[in-house]
Design a protein around this ligand. Sequence first.
Ligand code: GLY
Ligand code: MN
Ligand code: MN
Length: 461
Amino acid sequence: MTDTSIYAGRRARLAAQLGRDGIAIVPTAPERQRNRDSDFLFRHDSYFYYLTGFTEPNAWLLLAGDGRATLFSAPKDLEREIWDGYRLGPDAAPAALGIDEAFSVADLDSKLPKLLENKSTVWYPFATHKGLETRVDGWLQSVRARVRFGALCPEEQRDLCGPLDEMRLVKDAHEQDVMRRAAQISARAHIRAMQLSARMLREGKDVREYHLDAELLHEFRLGGSQYPAYSSIVAAGANACVLHYRADVAPVHAGDLVLIDAGCELDSYASDITRTFPAGGKFTGPQRALYDLVLASQDAAVAATKAGNRFNDPHEATVKVLAQGMLDVGLLDANKVGSVDDVIEKRAYFPFYMHRTSHWLGMDVHDSGSYVEPTQVGEVSERKDPLSNEIIKNRPSRILHPGMVLTIEPGIYVRPGEGVPEQFHNIGIRIEDDAIVTATGCELISRGVPVNGDEIEALMR
Ligand code: GLY
Ligand code: MN
Ligand code: MN
């Protein structure tokens, strides 16, 4: 386990925002049954981990506004530990985790009302634990039963996600270090998958998407990663045009592109990398033309990623390059859609680029943190969406600060359709890297796997 002072520091910063008479309730994730005696693989709750560094299931943190931290955790139980594994137990928890006191989770319902008594505000995450409000309600009922004896019952309930999301948005040095290592492992896995594809095809083997998926998993675990940060996408040929495709059994043909979107989770932090490569190791002309266009759009987005710029700037830079490129290569017909400005204004690029360029990255692959600039939430403007005709309310996009981490992931997806040049049919390309914002630009932590088309061909030879 890491130095407990990291978690103590975060708890102190959070406690300072709860109010002197505030108290926060933070459960870890529930265990989920898969079937009969099998559970889904347990993954702790990100908020809970952020404040404790504790990965056992069945645990709760109570944090009071004065900074006092109380843990409820699974009690020592030899029989359960023989079946399910080691438990820290409440007796050892204070020293091991640097918290003030700990009790068995079996005492949660009996002790919680006492902890909530005489507080003014109860904070808990509104967005992540279905049914938690009912439990809080039950504990508050117990407090109310004691008001005749002079107890005060909290009158206010507030969403803990707000302050925690803001804290999580800017990654400290420890988090950045873990994220760099996660991205390095994932980069190696992408290289291995590319090389396996070319090697098996050279050997005349029947290559399937799952072969490449297996290679990714192998390298993730070899690097010490606990599990993939999300379901890996390994999409051969036309499957690349399905945005949430999963690695399946489809054959990988030498002339096709393969799109792999896969990243490992290391010590609770995600990486998220996409590479698109020619299965046999050599791009065709049309594939390379679109590939270089997506890469140029990513270059523009990377150049727009720096402190002081806004979260939307990389997306807008991407769209500008893609829109011009779609006109240049003939995916869009200027006679029909007009100039590049018209393409952007009318979102005519949307049939080929239908997702955003970035999302926050951290403990969750789509990490927490507002995409709106908090100092400007009141500045609302309206515009009519040219495709849906809906009125969209816009608020100024988030200003980037050093330590924020985001993905930069432009793409082009060409489904066959009227007027769509046949040479581009069924080509799906995305290039995704992970960027730490710095004062002067950004650090691309996922470039252990190349993006340049020539470099990809070279490593597959
Ligand atoms: N792999 C999920 C994403 O790229 O957002
Ligand atoms: Mn991805
Ligand atoms: Mn992503």
